[in-house]
Design a protein around this ligand. Structure first.
Ligand code: HEM
Length: 185
């Protein structure tokens, strides 16, 4: 593994099978564009919050044909922007390749919304989520280190990606998985 991966101790509690494995560290992520694409596509297709925080205007404003009266609360549907067929081909399909540089016109999506708004997972503009870089970094590290294990649904069960809206979006039918250390050959 390139970069500063940390070798697990021989007597690691995680298991015999991955004794030789390394933890993936922040430096290693530079060489993992597909991992980043998987995280971005997950955040697009399954935004953790379907709505941004409510916003309001300090005076009456007309945007195209809509009048926003002073003080009225406006909520933006993150999911509808993320799934808009005008911006994303076959928008409901999970296709990480959309975010691979040089392979698709969406490879460099502007998450901040200063050039365009195609993906609203973290809001946009001045009040967008200030934690978005940290969030993406943690998701990348988290998923990269989970791949070290083989994940399989419980016998006879299938992975069901249906969603349920609570404070954030959760799985309607939570995943029950067997987690198996991958053995080195
Ligand atoms: C996947 C993880 C995350 C998602 C999807 C997310 C999403 C959002 C969204 C949609 C907003 C509202 C933006 C708007 O109304 O325009 C927001 C606001 C905010 N988020 Fe996050 N967020 C995440 C992680 C984080 C983290 C890790 C932090 C802090 C370390 C954070 C701190 C904040 C704060 C302080 C605000 C309020 C910003 C303001 O009103 O000015 N978020 N986030």
């Amino acid at each position: 593994m390139p970069g500063g991966g940390r070798r697990l101790e021989e007597n690691s509690e995680i298991g015999e099978g991955i004794r030789e494995a390394e933890n993936i560290m922040e430096d290693d992520l530079q060489g993992m564009p597909y991992l980043k694409a998987v995280i971005m596509e997950s955040l697009r297709r399954h935004p953790p919050a379907y709505f941004a925080l409510p916003h309001s205007v300090t005076e009456d404003v007309t945007i195209e044909k809509f009048l926003l009266p002073k003080g009225a609360k406006v909520r933006f549907s993150v999911a509808d922007v993320n799934w808009d067929k005008k911006n994303w081909e076959e928008s409901m399909l999970f296709r990480p390749e959309r975010f691979m540089v040089g392979t698709d016109r969406n490879d460099e999506v502007d998450l901040t919304g200063s050039k365009e708004i195609k993906m609203l997972t973290f809001g946009a503009g001045r009040r967008m989520c200030p934690g978005y870089v940290l969030a993406i970094l943690h998701l990348e590290l988290f998923v990269a280190n989970l791949v070290e294990f083989l994940w399989k649904p419980e016998r006879g069960e299938e992975v069901d990606l249906s969603e349920k809206l609570e404070l954030t979006t959760i799985m309607k039918n939570p995943l029950r998985a067997q987690i198996i250390p991958r053995r080195k050959k």
